[in-house]
Write a protein that binds this ligand. Structure first.
Ligand code: PLP
Length: 452
C-alpha cells in the first residue's frame, strides 16, 4: 500500500516533444473516435493520454505536455498524487460499491466530517454526496426549495452551473450549452453580475449588488426567492471576479429576505484560489455550498454542504442516488484533502499567482491584445480584445490556445464571448515547469499577434 507512496515518480516533470502534435498514434485514435464517439462531445487538445503525473501529461506517442488545465480544475493535487493512488487502490480492492443507502460505510461519513471542517463558517453543518457538479447544484436547489417553501431561484449573467435540464436553465450561455435543448425548467431568474472589466467604470461591488437586488425585488419578489445561486468567481463564464463587496452585499440581502445564499464552489473550491474556498476572501459564509471538481482528484464525487437545519429539512429518502458518495471516490477525497493540508496547496496556489500575474501583466503590456488580467490563486485568466477596444477577440484566443497545444502546453478557453484564456495548473506544478509553460505562452502570443 505504502509502496505506491515510496515508489519513484516515473514521469519527469518536463515538457518533451518527440513527434509533431498530435502524433501518429493520436491521429489513429482520432479516426476511431470520429467513427464511434458522438460528434456532440467536444474536444480541446488532440493528444490521447497514456499516463499523467504531477503537472505533466504523457500522450500515446510519448510526448510530455505541461498541464495548465488540470482536467478543468480537478487534479488540484496533481495527476497520480501518491496518497490518492494508494487510497483508491486499497479501497477498490476492499469494496467498490454497496450504495450508501443500502449498506453504509465510514468513508462517506468521514468526507462529510471533512466538508464540515473546511467549508466556511463555524455553525453546525451537514452534507449529502453525489456524483457530478450538476447533480450537486440540482440537489442544492431541491434542498433550498424544500427548506424555504419557496420556488424562485436567482442566478447571474455569465453563470455556469451544468448541463442537466435544471442546471442548463441555471447556466447563462446559449451556445453550446442550451442551444436546441429547451424547454427549460421554470422559476429561474437571471440578474446582472458584477463584471468589473465590462461594467461602467468605477461601479463598486455594493453598487453592482444594488443593481442585481433591484432586479430581484422588482421582477421576482423578495419573499418568493428560495435561493440566490452564485459562483464566487465565475468559471466557464470567464473567471469573472466580482468587485469587492458584491458577494457580501448579496449574502446580506439573502439573510434579510429569508432566501438562501448558495455558493457554487465547484470550480473555485479545494485550494484553487489560495484558500479552501473562494468565499473566504471576503468572509462570506454561504447557507449552502456545492463542491465537485477538485474534491477527489478525478474520481466522480460532488457534495452539497450547508447549515444542519437546512440539510435536515428534507424528508428522509428525499435525497440520494445509486452511486452518490461511492466508496472509492470517498477514499480519493479523503486522501486529496489530506494531501492539500500536508502540502499546503492553498499556499502553493498563492505562489502560482505570484509567479503568473506579473508575467501575464507584462504580456498584456507587450501585446496590447489583453484587456484584463484577472483571477485569484491558481485560477487566472486573460481576456483578449481588439487593441484599443473592449471588443472580444475569440478568434485570437482560439488561435493562441491551439498554438500552445501544438507546443505541448495545455490551456483552456472560457467566457461568454469565448475570448478568455484560462489557467488552472495542478497546484503541485514546479516553478521551472510553470516558467517553461509561460515561455510557450509568450511565444504563442508573439507569433499569433504578429500573424494578424
Ligand atoms: C463544472 C461546473 C459545474 C458542473 O459540474 P459537472 O461535474 O461538469 O456536472 C457546475 N458549476 C460550476 C461552477 C462548474 O465549474
Amino acid at each position: 500500500m505504502t509502496d505506491v507512496l515510496a515508489g519513484p515518480r516515473s514521469v519527469p516533470q518536463e515538457r518533451r516533444l518527440v513527434t509533431e502534435l498530435p502524433g501518429p498514434r493520436s491521429r489513429e485514435l482520432a479516426a476511431r473516435r470520429a467513427a464511434a464517439v458522438s460528434a456532440a462531445v467536444g474536444g480541446t487538445v488532440p493528444c490521447y493520454v497514456e499516463r499523467a503525473e504531477g503537472a505533466v501529461v504523457v500522450d500515446v506517442d510519448g510526448n510530455a505536455l505541461i498541464d495548465l488545465g488540470a482536467g478543468i480544475a480537478v487534479v488540484n493535487v496533481g495527476h497520480a498524487a501518491p496518497e490518492v493512488v494508494a487510497a483508491v487502490s486499497d479501497q477498490v480492492a476492499a469494496f467498490s460499491h454497496t450504495c450508501f443507502m443500502v449498506n453504509p460505510y465510514e468513508g462517506y461519513v468521514a468526507v462529510c466530517e471533512e466538508l464540515a471542517r473546511i467549508t466556511p463558517g463555524d455553525h453546525a453543518k451537514k452534507s449529502a454526496l453525489f456524483n457530478s457538479g450538476a447533480e450537486a447544484v440540482e440537489n442544492a436547489v431541491k434542498i433550498a426549495r424544500h427548506a424555504t417553501g419557496r420556488s424562485a431561484v436567482v442566478v447571474f449573467d455569465h453563470a455556469y452551473h451544468g448541463r442537466t435540464n435544471l442546471t442548463m436553465a441555471l447556466t447563462a450561455k446559449n451556445m453550446p450549452y442550451k442551444h436546441g435543448f429547451g424547454p427549460f425548467a421554470s422559476d429561474i431568474y437571471r440578474v446582472p453580475m458584477s463584471y468589473p472589466y465590462r461594467d461602467e467604470p468605477g461601479i463598486s461591488g455594493a453598487q453592482a449588488a444594488a443593481r442585481a437586488i433591484a432586479v430581484i425585488e422588482a421582477q421576482v419578489g423578495a419573499d418568493e426567492v428560495a435561493a440566490v445561486l452564485i459562483e464566487p468567481i465565475q468559471g466557464e463564464g470567464g473567471f469573472v471576479v466580482p468587485a469587492d463587496g458584491f458577494l457580501p452585499a448579496i449574502a446580506d440581502w439573502c439573510r434579510q429576505s429569508g432566501a438562501l445564499f448558495v455558493a457554487d464552489e465547484i470550480q473555485t473550491g479545494f485550494c484553487r484560489t489560495g484558500s479552501w474556498f473562494a468565499c473566504e476572501a471576503e468572509g462570506v459564509v454561504p447557507d449552502l455550498i456545492t463542491t465537485a471538481k477538485g474534491i477527489a482528484a478525478g474520481l466522480p464525487l460532488s457534495a452539497v454542504t450547508g447549515r444542519a437545519e437546512i440539510m435536515d429539512a428534507v424528508h428522509t429518502g428525499g435525497l440520494g442516488g445509486t452511486y452518490g458518495g461511492n466508496p472509492v471516490a470517498c477514499a480519493a477525497a479523503l486522501a486529496t484533502i489530506r494531501t492539500m493540508r500536508e502540502q499546503d496547496l492553498a499556499g502553493a496556489a498563492r505562489a502560482i499567482e505570484a509567479t503568473m500575474v506579473p508575467r501575464l501583466r507584462a504580456l498584456a503590456d507587450r501585446t496590447g491584445v489583453i484587456g484584463d488580467v484577472r483571477g485569484r490563486g491558481a485560477m487566472l485568466a486573460v481576456e483578449l480584445v481588439r487593441p484599443g477596444t473592449t471588443e472580444p477577440d475569440a478568434e485570437l484566443a482560439g488561435r493562441i490556445a491551439k498554438a500552445c497545444h501544438a507546443q505541448g502546453v495545455i490551456v483552456l478557453t472560457a467566457g461568454t464571448f469565448g475570448n478568455v484564456l484560462r489557467f488552472l495548473p495542478p497546484l503541485v506544478i514546479g516553478q521551472e515547469l510553470l516558467a517553461d509553460a509561460l515561455d510557450v505562452l509568450d511565444a504563442a502570443f508573439a507569433e499569433q499577434v504578429a500573424a494578424r
